[in-house]
Design a protein around this ligand. Structure first.
Ligand code: NDP
Length: 419
């Protein structure tokens, strides 16, 4: 028995909500609230007669703490699932604290306006001190640790696939497969083809900001930053085949370095096709990825927001995307004094996802872990108070839930390593 408030009704939320409604013994009542209420109403209508979960809808601007507080106070949920955008993480955490409700999200905080001088000063100091220049980092949300602990509440951060499941894979490797882990390589492969020359699989603004930023990895406790897309490897992925992949900065590197401190090197690679990279570079060169507003014929426009309006909606890629994703982690380390390697990953088929929940696999591989993470909190499997990332919790019940709800793990005890 539980009451859950989901904020956001985009690609990922659509999957998470449909999956919650499959587990209607746990998710008994659910309110979908977003900026555009008509999207929430359309999903609620599509779910009618297919679930015992009692689904209601609401309109909310999650940038406004007072609107959130009013909604949370009137709905009285046990958990707020933030599946809007990373821009709303802090306002939703504030509202949860005011109302005494548990919180979770799928991506760590970054500001919408990266030109805000107050934010910029803190950001530039962090770049110098830490050595990586991504716009997002955990410091903003980790600053809430004491407040959540004192309030006896849990905030679960980054519970999608990566971040999210990749950290559960790390916790699982540490718990069952290794005494000490030396290296972790996170490999995110999308072998899907949607037939467009250029489109992003999740929110274009968030996606393009992430991919066009400098890459970085952790070596011997320090960040090493490299120009965007300057480290390339090839890898032969199970059920997908040979792909080019590039080293990116990714948020889970930061928390993994803290929570598995013995690890000497942590890297993150993502596959990209040549067409995607050529388009992105061209758009970047002409200024279309900029977040700084410009004046155009008397109107103020933000170039990347304008680009978002032109690109296909990620939610519309479902019917036309074919192929598979393969996301997982390769570990090296020691067990019982001997060297060991281990690879744990999931393979997910775009068309199978579409048949089940009318979405492509990127939203599916994010929405299912969000639902499973919520299930861990609601069923008392994960009870730690404070602000935590996924690797801090017991991975076993979470991976069992993922096996059951559509993202089963595969293992390889003799994987090809990435040089
Ligand atoms: P979409 O753009 O498809 O959906 C975002 C939703 O949030 C929309 O419904 C939007 O409403 C709503 N929203 C935006 N701003 C507000 C606001 N101020 N108040 C209320 N609602 C708002 O994004 P995705 O579904 O692709 O991504 C959702 C989240 O998942 C993002 O944070 C993304 O970074 C994360 N993600 C995480 C991954 C992981 O593996 N951990 C992988 C992929 C994504 P409207 O319809 O009005 O625009």
């Amino acid at each position: 028995m539980s009451r859950v408030l989901v904020i956001g009704c985009g690609g990922v939320a659509n999957v998470a909500i449909r999956k919650c409604c499959q587990a209607d013994d746990v998710f008994t009542e659910l309110c979908i609230a977003s900026r555009t209420k008509s999207k929430c109403d359309a999903l609620a209508e599509a779910l009618k007669g297919k679930t015992k979960t009692v689904v209601t809808t609401a309109q909310v601007d999650a940038d406004k703490v007072d609107e959130l507080v009013e909604l949370i106070k009137s709905y009285k949920p046990d958990l707020v699932m933030n599946i809007a955008l990373p821009y709303q993480d802090l306002t939703i955490m504030d509202a949860c604290l005011i109302c005494g409700v548990n919180y979770m999200d799928t991506a760590n905080y970054e500001p919408e306006d990266t030109d805000d001088p107050e934010w910029r000063a803190i950001y530039e100091k962090r770049c110098k001190e830490q050595g990586f220049s991504a716009y997002f980092d955990y410091s903003w949300q980790w600053a809430y640790r004491e407040k959540f602990e004192k309030a006896g509440l849990t905030a679960l951060l980054g519970c999608g696939f990566d971040p999210g499941v990749t950290q559960a894979y790390c916790a699982y490797a540490k718990k069952h497969e290794f005494d000490t882990i030396d290296t972790i390589d996170i490999l995110d492969c999308n072998g899907g083809d949607h037939g467009y020359a250029f489109a992003t699989n999740f929110n274009p603004e968030v996606n393009l900001r992430e991919v066009s930023a400098p890459g970085s990895y952790i070596e011997n406790g320090k960040w090493v930053e490299i120009p965007a897309m300057s480290i390339k490897r090839e890898y032969d992925f199970d059920k997908v085949g040979q792909k080019d992949m590039y080293l990116l900065h990714h948020e889970e590197l930061e928390s993994l370095a803290l929570n598995i401190p013995e690890v000497k090197r942590i890297r993150f690679f993502m596959t990209f096709g040549q067409s995607y990279l050529t388009h992105m570079k061209c758009l970047e060169n002409v200024g279309m990825l900029s977040t700084t507003p410009i004046n155009f014929e008397g109107h103020e426009i933000v170039p990347i927001k304008f680009l978002k309006a032109l690109l296909p909606d990620p939610a519309s890629l479902g019917p036309r995307t074919h192929g598979k994703t393969n996301i997982g982690c390769i570990f090296t380390g020691k067990k019982d004094g001997k060297d060991k390697t281990y690879y744990i990953y999931n393979v997910c088929d775009h068309q199978e996802c579409y048949k089940e929940v009318e979405s492509q696999a990127i939203s599916y591989t994010t929405g299912v872990p969000a639902m499973c993470g919520a299930m861990m909190l609601l069923t008392g499997k994960w009870t730690e108070k404070g602000v935590h990332t996924v690797e801090e919790f017991d991975p076993d019940p979470f991976l069992d839930a993922l096996d059951k709800y559509g993202l089963p793990r595969s293992e390889n005890f003799d994987p090809v390593l990435v040089d």
